[in-house]
Design a protein around this ligand. Structure first.
Ligand code: FAD
Length: 644
């Protein structure tokens, strides 16, 4: 048996982004001894990259805003597929979570009368995003980190040990959830720097590992986004929900190739930036779908007047939800009206004084100056769609964030599914992290306290199997020569990214998704022969070989669910089924890892297969439905639902 460092905790939080840190603070404050474990350095989670802001109906800039309007916008954005209870909790609790952050030291931009300023964003009826320039995620993480340190100092004063009740294990990757029967018993992982294995025993584990973007070739996501939490949940027996919904952000950089995919924040459009084709035409007016027609301007004059007088004019179509804008750009490029490098133009230079651009969008100014040698105060940017966010994720209970079917497992943040339906509105992720991070921490702590006296035990056989699985890439070359030649993890990763980009990307077709599934099956078999050389001390090839298991499992879930859903809705566009179909609104697709005959979940991905289940969602509560006009509901709900 391999040498393994073992420790006991009450709650283990996997991930130190906004969701993980908020969960850890809550669990510790509720008395649970809490460990946080993260792949990256502490403070360098993906959340740091969030630019635009945190959506919360505080009504600071427009007093008309309230949680009901935020709820309504969120459901419209998600095309009514959201788990409505999550959307309700999110809209109700987000303002409190932002004010709380402020009491913990966050320094938001202010309105003239000194309140937290809020900016416009696509799909939000009122200015709603609390922000810090275009570096909001950084401030969020800085504040939560500071809170963690404050709690550790408090613990030191009481116990003489900073880490007695709250400890961060940075640069450690979790590769398995351990179980005692059905219940969670801890996690298995390795230190990236030394390669040493560790087991954190705990009755409750919160997954807060973020998204899956690194399975796609063009993405705004950071290196951590290999779908680990999604795969860990699957392997532990929890289902993933609605994985077909992947958000392609309309505006990523398209040039130069080395930076393709890097995000251009939606705040550029929120603050007045407009999209133009190669002839300078503002093309978004051609792409307002019927369901949104009443809310969006028909002429440039009307759209421009909205910035100064939003109460009496309709919004510019550049601020449609992201899925609509991404598809519009895709069409412009495909039909030959794009920019020289295969995108369209996003212009802020003719819309705002240079000084205001530098003040309101400092990161964008530097990003383009340094990476593309473009001065955005003087010329337009070239932008195009980039894989940005996954709406699908671990199926959780709306109130408690408990993962379905695995007692002791919780999920919050981007790894959890349901909150955003088929498409997330900008700014709704940071608020989601805070609302559901807190809830996950609370319920995980309560669950752990309830296991006192009957804590689950870690099974040594599982620990040994996890260690062997992790070491496999070092012996892959010799282990199964009969299967075929050894494989290079980097080459496999590239093939996977190309496959997902080309065959399960922004516009999907049945034949292509079938091809993708064949390719993914081939890659899964070849990934078992992914071999690496060298040793366990910081070996990136080894890390990637282990991450491949997760990316392949998750990609298969995306492709299978996308093939099954024969309609277009939000982040899922089928060329062969171009309309939204009301019949599909109540259908949730669940992916599970099962044995080849479709039996109970197996824990060895090599021998398991992804199976799909259809589930009917709960009807939306009548008082929430009453927030919408009947004429609008008719566009989304089936006759049956309307009748009910
Ligand atoms: P993350 O912040 O990514 O944290 C994941 C954590 O899990 C990391 O610490 C990682 O190291 C760890 N981890 C992953 N796998 C493992 C493993 N196997 N073992 C151990 N640790 C692991 N949303 C908004 O609402 N507003 C915005 O303005 C906004 N701007 C954005 C800008 C960009 C460029 C991008 C890419 C996204 C933006 N988003 C925005 C989306 C938002 O940033 C993310 O959805 C959100 O930060 C996800 O937070 P999280 O806590 O779920 O995960």
């Amino acid at each position: 048996m391999s040498v393994v460092d073992r420790q006991e905790w009450d709650v283990v939080v996997v991930g130190a982004g906004g969701a993980g840190l908020r969960a850890a603070v809550e669990a510790r404050e509720r008395g649970a001894r809490t460990a946080v474990i993260c792949k990256s350095l502490f403070g360098k989670a993906h959340t740091v990259m969030a630019e635009g802001g945190i959506a919360a109906a505080m009504g600071n800039v427009n007093a008309g805003d309230n949680w009901q309007v935020h709820f309504r916008d969120t459901l419209r954005g998600g095309k009514f597929l959201n788990q409505w209870r999550m959307a309700e909790l999110h809209a109700r609790e987000a303002p409190e979570r932002v004010w709380e952050l402020e009491t913990w030291g966050a320094l938001f931009d202010r309105t003239k009368d000194g309140r937290i300023s809020q900016r416009n964003f696509g799909g939000h009826e009122y200015p709603r995003l609390a922000h810090v320039g275009d570096r909001t995620g950084l401030e969020l993480i800085r504040t939560l980190q500071q809170k963690i340190v404050a709690l550790q100092q408090e613990d030191h004063r009481e116990t003489g040990d900073y880490e007695s009740r709250l400890r961060v294990f940075q640069e450690c990757t979790v590769t398995r959830i351990l179980k005692d029967g059905d219940r969670v018993s801890g996690v298995f992982g390795y230190e990236r720097e030394t390669g040493r294995f560790l087991v954190l025993e705990a009755p409750a584990v919160v997954l807060a590992t973020g998204g899956i973007g690194k399975s796609f070739k063009v993405t705004s996501n950071s290196w951590e986004y290999t779908g680990d939490g999604h795969a860990l949940a699957l392997l532990a027996g929890a289902p993933l929900l609605n994985m077909e919904f992947v958000q392609f952000h309309p505006t990523g950089m398209v040039w130069p190739p080395s930076v393709k995919g890097i995000l251009v924040t939606e705040s550029v459009r929120g603050d007045g930036g407009v999209l133009r084709d190669r002839d300078g035409r503002r093309f978004m007016f051609d792409y307002v779908p019927d369901v949104f027609k009443e809310k969006y301007a028909e002429t440039e004059e009307e759209a421009d007047r909205w910035y100064d007088d939003p109460d009496h004019h309709r919004r510019p179509p550049e601020l449609l939800p992201r899925d609509e804008v991404a598809r519009a750009i895709n069409t412009e490029v495909k039909e030959g009206r794009g920019s020289p490098h295969g995108g369209v133009f996003l212009d802020v230079s003719t819309r705002m004084p240079a000084e205001a651009i530098k003040r309101r969008l400092p990161s964008m100014y530097h990003q383009f100056k340094e990476l593309a040698d473009v001065d955005i105060t003087a010329e337009p940017m070239e932008v195009g769609p980039t894989c940005h966010y996954v709406m699908g994720g671990v199926a959780v209970d709306s109130d408690t964030a408990a993962a379905r079917g695995v007692p002791g497992l919780y999920a919050a943040g981007e790894v959890a599914g349901g909150m955003h339906g088929s498409n997330r509105l900008g700014g709704n992720s940071l608020s989601d992290l805070l609302v559901f991070g807190r809830r996950a921490g609370r319920y995980a702590a309560e669950y752990a306290a309830g296991t006192a006296g009957a804590r689950p035990r870690v099974d040594d056989v599982q620990v040994d199997a996890a260690a062997q699985e992790a070491l496999r890439p070092f012996s892959a070359r010799a282990a199964e020569p009969a299967d075929g030649p050894p494989e290079n993890p980097y080459a496999l990763h590239q093939e996977l990214q190309q496959t997902m980009n080309d065959l399960v990307g922004i516009i999907r077709r049945e034949t292509e998704m079938k091809q993708a599934l064949e390719k993914l099956a081939e890659l899964r078999a070849r990934a078992r022969r992914a071999g690496v050389e060298g040793h366990r001390q910081f070996n990136p090839g080894w890390h990637l070989a282990l991450d491949l298991r997760n990316m392949l499992l998750v990609s298969e879930c995306v492709a299978r669910a996308a093939l099954e859903r024969t309609e277009s809705r939000g982040g899922h566009t089928r060329e062969d089924h171009p309309s939204m179909d009301r019949k599909w609104r109540r259908i949730t697709l669940l992916c599970r890892l099962t044995d080849p005959a479709g039996g109970p979940a197996v824990t060895d991905p090599a021998h398991g297969r992804i199976t799909l289940e259809r589930e009917t969602t709960d009807p939306i509560r009548p008082d929430l439905l009453a927030l919408f006009a009947k004429e609008e509901l008719v566009k989304y709900l089936t006759e049956e639902e309307l009748y009910e």
